[in-house]
Design a protein around this ligand. Structure first.
Ligand code: GDP
Length: 451
C-alpha cells in the first residue's frame, strides 16, 4: 500500500472539468514533476494552486491543483487532486502524464479501500460510500448518508461494548476467583444480560429487514410449469393485461414485469418462462433465467394447476426454491381437483382461479402476513444496510443462542464465555474489525474507478 495511485474520479465524457485524484506517499512529488507553477512540495496543505500540467515542456492543460497532506485527507495519505478541463482526450492525457511520472492506475474502490485500511472509516462506512454513489432515490440517499456518518458503526460498537463488559467481568471471575469484592458471575447473573443483548440484536435485524423492504420493495417472482396460469395471475395482481395469456405452452419465454403497492410497499413482480424439461435452446435459456431470478427473489409465488397431479417438473421446482419465502398458489380451482395437497412441501397455500377472480385477495393477504406489512412503520430505521451486515448479525445471534442454551444445560461458564466471545467477534466483522482479503477484494471491486 506504499505506492502512489491515480485515477480519474469524474465520469468519463465531455464536461466542464474533470478531476484526477492522486494518493500515496509520493503523490505531491509526482505531480510536482509535471506541474508548472508553484513548487508543490513547498505549498501549505489544503491549498489550491494554479498552473499547468506539462509533459516534456509541452503544455497538456491549464489546471488547478489541490494539495492535501496526510492525515486530514479521504485516504489519510498525501493526496493531490488535479482539476483539468473536461473531455476524454485532455483528461486521459493528464492521467497518462501522472502515470509516466511514477504513479500507478488505481483499482476500482482503491481510494476508499485505503481510507478503510488506514482507519479513517470502517467497513459499514465504506459500504455507505458505495451506496451513496449508487443511490437512485431520496430514501436510499438518506440511508447512505446516515451510514456514512457512522450510524451503523455506533449501533454495533454499542452492542460490542455491552458484550465486552460482560466478557470482562466473566474473565475477572475466572482469573481471580479469590477476589472477594468481585461479584461471582453465575449463569443466573449472565442470563438476563444475554437476553437483553439478544433482544437488541433481534430488534436491529427486524428494523433492518423492515427498512430494506420499505426502501427496496419486495422482488417477487412467479414461477411454475407452463400453462398453470402464471401470466394470468400476474395480470390479475397488477390489474392489467401485461403478460400474454394463451393455452400454448412456452408462450412466456422472456420476463414480463409489473408492479403493485401493498400497504405502501412496492412489489416488483416478474412473470417467468414456464419451467419444464425442454430440448428447445431458446426455451432452455428462458428456463435457466427463471431459475436464476427465483434464486435472487425475496418472494416466490409458485403456481400449480389444481386440475393436474403433481409432475416431476413441479417437484424439481420445489427444489429450486428450497429455503425461500414461498407462497404456493393452486390455480384453476374452477376445474375439478386432481392435485394432492399433502404432497406439497409448503404451508403457505392459497387457492385461486383467475377466470372468476377468486383468491387474488387471499394471495395479497398472504403476502401481507408473510412480510408483516401491516406492522411496518415508515419510521423503521435501516439500522444495517445490506445483506452482508444483516447475515452477520443473524450469525452473531445464533452464537448468543448457543450461549443461552449452554446456560440452560448448566455448562461451565468458561465454555459459555467462548460463545459470547464469538458473538462479539462476529459483530466486529460487520464494521471490519476483522476481515479477509477476499471480502475486501469482493467489496471494493464493486466500486467505480476513482473512488
Ligand atoms: P402460464 O403459461 O403459466 O403463464 O399460463 P397462462 O396464464 O398463460 O394460462 C394458461 C391457460 O390457462 C390459458 O388458456 C388461461 O386462460 C388458462 N387459465 C389461467 N387461469 C385459469 C383458471 O383459473 N381457470 C381455468 N379454467 N383456466 C385458467
Amino acid at each position: 500500500m506504499n505506492d502512489t495511485i491515480a485515477a480519474i474520479s469524474t465520469t468519463m465524457g465531455v464536461g466542464a472539468i474533470s478531476i484526477i485524484r492522486v494518493s500515496g506517499n509520493d503523490s505531491i512529488l509526482i505531480v510536482n514533476k509535471c506541474f508548472k507553477g508553484k513548487d508543490l512540495t513547498k505549498v501549505e496543505s489544503h491549498t489550491i494552486n494554479y498552473g499547468y500540467i506539462v509533459n516534456n515542456k509541452e503544455i497538456i492543460d491549464e489546471v488547478l491543483v489541490s494539495v492535501m497532506k496526510s492525515p486530514k485527507t479521504f485516504t489519510m495519505e498525501d493526496t493531490v487532486e488535479i482539476n483539468c478541463h473536461g473531455g476524454i482526450s485532455t483528461t486521459n492525457k493528464v492521467l497518462e502524464t501522472i502515470i509516466n511520472n511514477g504513479a500507478r492506475i488505481a483499482e476500482p474502490g482503491e481510494f476508499t479501500k485505503r481510507a478503510f485500511l488506514n482507519g479513517r472509516i470502517d467497513l459499514t462506512q465504506a459500504e455507505s460510500v458505495m451506496d451513496l454513489i449508487n443511490a437512485k432515490s431520496e430514501a436510499k440517499r438518506k440511508i447512505a448518508v446516515k451510514g456514512l456518518n457512522g450510524y451503523v458503526s455506533s449501533i454495533i460498537k454499542n452492542l460490542r461494548k455491552n458484550i465486552l463488559e460482560l466478557l470482562a467481568s466473566i474473565e475477572v471471575n475466572i482469573d481471580y476467583p479469590e477476589y472477594e469484592d468481585t461479584v461471582e458471575m453465575t449463569n443466573e447473573i449472565i442470563k438476563p444480560k444475554l437476553i437483553r443483548i439478544k433482544k437488541k440484536i433481534n430488534k436491529i435485524i427486524r428494523e433492518s429487514e423492515n427498512g430494506k423492504i420499505i426502501s427496496n420493495g419486495i422482488t417477487t417472482v412467479i414461477i411454475g410449469r407452463p400453462n398453470v396460469g402464471k401470466s394470468s395471475i400476474l395480470n390479475k395482481l397488477i390489474d392489467e393485461d401485461k403478460a400474454i395469456v394463451t393455452n400454448i405452452e412456452g408462450t412466456t419465454r422472456d420476463m414480463v414485469e409489473g408492479t403493485i403497492t401493498i400497504n405502501g410497499v412496492l412489489l416488483n413482480i416478474i412473470d417467468t418462462a414456464g419451467i419444464r424439461k425442454s430440448s428447445n435452446i431458446v426455451e432452455k435459456i428462458g428456463i435457466n433465467k427463471s431459475i436464476d431470478l427465483a434464486k435472487h427473489a425475496d418472494l416466490i409465488i409458485l403456481v400449480l394447476n389444481n386440475n393436474e397431479k403433481l409432475t416431476d417438473d413441479d417437484k424439481k421446482i420445489f427444489k429450486y426454491v428450497e429455503n425461500k419465502n414461498v407462497i404456493v398458489v393452486i390455480n384453476k380451482t374452477d376445474l375439478c381437483n386432481n392435485l394432492e395437497i399433502n404432497e406439497i412441501p409448503y404451508n403457505n397455500i392459497v387457492y385461486c382461479n383467475t377466470i372468476e377472480l377468486n383468491g387474488i385477495d387471499s394471495l395479497k393477504n398472504k403476502i401481507i402476513d408473510m412480510f408483516n406489512l401491516n406492522k411496518l412503520s415508515q419510521n423503521d430505521n435501516l439500522s444495517l444496510n445490506n445483506v452482508r451486515q444483516i447475515s452477520l448479525a443473524k450469525e452473531s445471534l445464533n452464537m448468543l443462542e448457543d450461549a443461552l442454551n449452554g446456560i440452560k444445560n448448566q455448562v461451565p461458564i468458561d465454555i459459555i464465555e467462548i460463545d459470547i466471545k464469538r458473538c462479539w467477534e462476529k459483530l466486529g466483522e460487520i464494521i471490519g474489525e476483522s476481515y479477509t482479503e477476499e471480502l475486501l477484494d469482493q467489496l471494493f471491486s464493486q466500486f467505480c474507478l476513482g473512488k
